[in-house]
Design a protein around this ligand. Structure first.
Ligand code: AGP
Length: 590
């Protein structure tokens, strides 16, 4: 949620900053901007739109200078317009700031400057260059001014500041939002995501909560909140798995859906002993709570069924944004399992921090290595699906499911069996993808003008109905609801009318017979039934055929056609499924 990058060194800054922004764009894409310092002073270019469109309008390469900061925005405070785009400046146009996070007390701080400072935007961020300006006017250096500023602001932040009064220098600070620095041959970088570092940025260090740093082309030094110099170890940069291009696919979403048979096989590359140890932790815990958001939460709901059905261990799933309201019942005998693709979702981070405060043990199931979540959790499972670029989660979901199968089976000493079963399923997945893609595309074409879709299922498949509906909303902007099929008659049935699509996830398992009744109830009201099943029934208006698998493994095969349906509906409505409006891949604000 907003990506920031800074560079100071021997090379022209703007092209390096722009290149890094292309790798950060998944964090926000409603507007973008770059500020550089040259002999002429501070120059800024910023505009609304995708990064490539902003560049076409502004031509970032016209910015001169060897120090620069850049930003891709996901709006929190203030409309999406060029004025609210970052970087933001002080009154004299000498100081520029890019920021990820929310300064919660910005209005109160702005009040102090009434009549003294001129604010141009509606953003919380704009307070930062003005606070820095104020401290510098009192004789403080840029770094002293940033340290003083961090003492006044509340909220979450990762920000970078430059001033034409001290060219070559970038000062940054962080609290609760990701930020790290790297040293390469050509100079120093700071960014939200190590994936944005250019090749050759060999030494890196994480900026810890409350720290402030100063970067020059040759050196980066750190200060604690009291302003004391810190000794900091730089580690040798291991590199981030390259985010490959789209290959033969038009969109990352379709590529990532298609990758699932392969990525699923990567999920099972795990240490058996580690899983045995984790299984003991889960079984021993007085209570187990899983916390996550969005798609990761639906994976957690499948996990809850698995723990109960396979290992007879009850656990609860709490949406991370609601976790704080349950923290009274979390204690040292609780195991909190956090699930997150990005490992930096603010709501999840907040939940895990609260759990730790209560003395609970924390286990995270994460995709991004070295993410903030991996660094604060007691134990970490990596889901190994590689970089997921499309905002809509697909392959990370199936790998999260795989981890829950491994955990549940480990709880009954059957880790190896789970590995074998998941490996077998990966082949079934290939079939379902190759066999159904074109048919689903035809259904999407028929239904592209519908306004509402309902997804129903029972038992372990209920979470898949919810995830299918989320995918559809996210990428096609069609209203969709996923629910337990038995719940339909308790209210939502009132909305089923002639031709309303009802996607029924009804594999040939313990839920099939009751699903038939629920489909009949919907059909009797005119609903158009799209059955996702390995078993035919004349009640279907459209039948999306899946492969038969063992009962509790159906979620791994039923989700694939639902991902495809969402993708094709988005495309048939002319939407870009990789960058849905209003969303971002990494949600780093609460
Ligand atoms: C999924 O398609 C969404 N982009 C979203 O719901 C996402 O799953 C959620 O924001 C949680 O993200 P995380 O897994 O990175 O924590």
């Amino acid at each position: 949620m907003c990506g920031i990058i800074g560079y100071t060194g021997n090379e022209a800054a703007a092209p390096l900053v722009f290149e890094a922004l292309t790798k950060l764009e998944y964090r926000g894409y409603d507007s973008a901007g770059i500020a550089c310092i040259s002999e002429k002073g501070l120059e800024i270019k910023k505009e609304v739109g995708l990064l490539s469109d902003v560049d076409a309008k502004c031509n970032f390469s016209l910015l001169n200078g060897h120090v620069g900061i850049g930003h891709v925005r996901w709006a929190t405070h203030g409309k999406v317009n060029a004025v609210n785009a970052h970087p933001h400046v002080d009154c004299k146009g000498k100081i520029a700031v890019v920021h990820n996070g929310i300064i919660e007390n910005y209005q109160e701080l702005m009040g102090r400057f009434k009549g003294k400072h001129k604010f141009l935007s509606e953003t919380d961020t704009e307070i930062l260059p003005h606070l820095i300006e104020d401290f510098m006017a009192k004789g403080k250096s840029l770094e002293e001014a940033v340290i003083e500023t961090t003492r006044l602001i509340h909220g979450s932040y990762a920000f970078l500041a430059i001033s034409s009064d001290c060219p070559e220098k970038i000062v940054g600070a962080r609290k609760d939002s990701p930020l790290l620095v790297g040293l390469g041959e050509s100079g120093s970088f700071a960014t939200s995501d190590p994936g944005a570092f250019p090749a050759g940025t060999n030494r890196q260090a994480f900026v810890e909560d409350g720290e402030v740093f100063v970067m020059t082309p040759e050196n980066i030094c750190f200060f604690n909140p009291e302003g004391n110099l810190l000794q900091k170890e730089f580690s040798v940069f291991k590199g981030v798995p390259a985010s490959a291009g789209k290959g033969e696919y038009d969109y990352f979403m379709l590529k990532e859906i298609a990758e699932q048979p392969d990525t699923l096989r990567c999920s099972i590359e795990q240490e058996k002993n580690f899983f045995t140890e984790l299984a003991m932790d889960i079984l021993r815990a007085k209570q187990v709570v899983i916390t996550a958001c969005g798609t990761s939460r639906y994976a957690a709901l499948v996990g809850r069924y698995l723990f109960s059905r396979v290992a007879k261990k009850f656990c609860d799933v709490i949406m991370s944004s609601e976790f704080q309201y349950f923290s009274d019942s979390i204690d040292a005998a609780t195991l909190v399992i956090a699930v997150s693709q990005s490992g930096e979702t603010a709501d999840v981070m907040e939940g895990v921090k609260r759990a730790k405060e209560k003395g609970a043990m924390t286990l995270s199931i994460v995709n991004r290595p070295d993410s903030l979540l991996t660094r604060i959790s007691d134990k970490v499972i990596h889901i190994n699906c590689g970089p997921e670029i499309s905002v809509a989660a697909t392959k990370s979901f199936t790998n999260q499911l795989a981890i829950f199968y491994l955990l549940a089976y480990s709880m009954v000493n059957q880790f190896d069996l789970a590995v074998k079963k998941i490996n077998d399923i990966s082949h079934n997945m290939s079939y379902s993808m190759n066999g159904t893609g074109e048919y689903i595309q035809q259904i999407a074409e028929l239904l592209k003008d519908e306004n509402d879709f309902y997804y129903i299922a029972r038992g372990i498949n209920y979470a898949i109905a919810s995830e299918g509906a989320l995918k559809l909303k996210e990428v096609s902007y069609i209203h969709a609801e996923g629910m337990p099929a038995g719940e339909l008659k308790h209210g939502t049935l009132a909305l089923i009318d002639k031709g309303v699509p009802v996607v029924a996830i009804c594999p040939n398992d313990y839920t099939f017979d009751e699903m038939l009744n629920n489909m009949a109830e919907a059909k009797a009201r005119g609903g158009l039934i799209i059955g996702v099943s390995d078993r035919y029934d004349p009640i279907y208006d459209h039948w999306i055929k899946i492969n038969e698998v063992e009962e509790i493994f159906y979620p791994l095969v039923t989700i694939v056609p639902l991902q495809q349906l969402a993708y094709h509906l988005a495309r048939s409505r002319g939407k870009n499924p990789d960058k849905p409006r209003n969303l971002a891949k990494s949600v780093t604000v609460k």
